[in-house]
Design a protein around this ligand. Structure first.
Ligand code: SDX
Length: 426
């Protein structure tokens, strides 16, 4: 990578800061020299901070481009299976036929969970949010895979990736079944990854002839791909930061699930449906938009830290939405409401001036609802899909020497002062 320098002049002294170019996107300025000058950088929300170098995913927010290992997201979503994409995120290339067979075989042989893990679910109330359950049970996996785990052994790291990708659908479906008071369904290895998830979610032991709807399975597999990775987003950065301490990887993924749950991040898909329910009809849109402009509420599913153009995933999901609802013969007024909302927002100066476009969460909820997934499970499905991205970043971090993440701060608190006895305090 080509290098040249930026010059920082502070307190009358010049410091040369190396500039490093990537293969795509902005170059970076190495600010380590700030320490010599006695300064730290200040960048709340990491708006312009690159804490890592990565080869996994590239986003061009201005153009609305998203590449996984160089492959455009729309090509992957429309042509590859999710497990092929997961393989590419981990290994850097789409698998050839032999690699694909081997990887699928490994995943299928790790879809079951330790039977004792079932007891963790019983501690939750039946109405517990499935994301709360997922944080708990995925974190609990660390108890089953800790003794003898050597994070410095690449084989241990690789089997961890297989186990997590394989078990997330099983745990996700269990969190749903638990909330329904229905028995857990064991995974079936004669199904594809997405078919298996549909089966574990909606089949019951009594329904021995349960048929997986191929339209639903295909739509879910595409949704998994669209949510698989997204560079250094909040939850991926959480996984990397937790991983930088050498923590158990299952615990790191649980931390990523916790971060994803927030409505500003992966929780937005659930919030979009709640917002559409609140608006109700197209006639109520203008009044709702006034609440958005007065900053009373956010237009959920709109806006993005990086995309200042269309989120390419939203584009694919919008097409998929039309296809799935048509194929299933569903006429969902929420889709019409969402399309009306999108049209109004895209023509409104408030949103145009702020580069606010639909993001991945704007349409995903409508499709998930159409294929029978309850709203509370939307972010669980996001976490299932994003596990391949999280674990790819964790593997990438461990593939070479790294430092523990330890940001500093701008301190604006009290200067030093002496202790005050209780009787002398005001
Ligand atoms: C995901 O990082 C990733 O890659 C995330 C993700 C992934 O795949 O991992 O893409 C998944 O999290 C998608 C985003 C889902 N979240 C939502 O849909 C929630 C609604 N969106 C907003 O909360 C917001 O847009 C964020 C959090 C997504 C981005 O916020 P930023 O980049 O910090 O921008 P900001 O809050 O500083 O907003 C800039 C301006 C502000 O206006 P002013 O007050 O300065 O006049 O835009 C406004 C904001 O008020 N704004 C919105 C808005 N989003 C930003 N106004 C109304 N509705 C919105 N949705």
């Amino acid at each position: 990578m080509a290098e040249n320098n930026a010059t920082l002049t502070v307190d009358g002294k010049d410091y040369q800061l190396p500039i490093t170019e990537g293969t795509l996107g902005p170059s970076v300025i190495d600010v380590a020299a700030f320490q010599k000058a006695g300064y730290w950088t200040y960048d709340p929300g990491f708006m312009v901070t690159a804490p890592v170098e990565s080869k996994i995913t590239f986003i061009d927010g201005g153009k609305g481009e998203l590449l996984y290992r160089g492959y455009p997201i729309d090509q992957l979503a429309n042509n590859a299976e999710y497990l092929e994409v997961a393989y590419a995120l981990i290994h850097g290339e789409l698998p050839n036929a032999e690699q694909k067979t081997e990887f699928y075989k490994k995943i299928h042989s790790h879809t079951a969970v330790h039977d004792q893990l079932r007891k963790f679910f019983e501690g939750f109330r039946r109405d517990a949010h499935p994301m709360a359950i997922m944080v708990g049970v995925v974190g609990a996996l660390s108890a089953f895979y800790h003794e003898g785990f050597d994070v410095n052994d690449v084989r241990h790291r690789e089997i961890t990736a297989i186990r997590l990708i394989a078990k997330m659908p099983t745990l996700a479906a269990m969190s749903y079944k638990y909330s329904q008071g229905e028995p857990f369904m064991y995974p079936r290895n004669d199904f594809t990854y997405a078919e298996n998830f549909v089966y574990m979610m909606f089949a019951t032991p009594a329904d021995v002839n349960f048929q997986v709807n191929p339209i639903i399975a295909k739509a879910l597999d595409k949704i998994f791909t669209l949510h698989a990775d997204h560079e250094q987003n909040a939850s991926t950065s959480t996984v990397r930061l937790a991983g930088s301490t050498g923590a158990n990887p299952y615990a790191c993924i649980a931390a990523g699930i916790a971060a994803l749950w927030g409505p500003s991040h992966g929780g937005a898909n659930e919030a979009v449906l709640e917002m559409l329910d609140e608006i109700g009809t197209v006639e109520n849109v203008p009044a709702f938009m006034e609440k958005v402009k007065s900053r009373e509420v956010k237009l959920m599913g709109f806006g993005h830290r990086v995309y200042k153009n269309f989120d390419p995933r939203a584009q694919v999901l919008k097409e998929t939405c039309d296809e799935v609802l048509h194929a299933l013969g569903i006429n969902d007024p929420k889709l019409e409401l969402a399309m009306a909302l999108e049209k109004i927002a895209l023509e409104d100066p408030f949103f145009i001036e702020r580069n606010l476009y639909p993001n991945v969460d704007f349409y995903s909820g409508i499709i998930l609802k159409a294929i029978g997934i309850p709203t509370s499970m939307f972010t669980v499905i996001f976490s299932l899909a994003r596990t391949s991205g999280w674990i790819s970043h964790w593997l990438e971090m461990h593939s070479e020497p790294f430092k523990i993440g330890r940001p500093r701060q701008l301190y604006t608190g009290e200067t030093q002062r002496d202790f005050v006895e209780i009787e002398d305090r005001k």
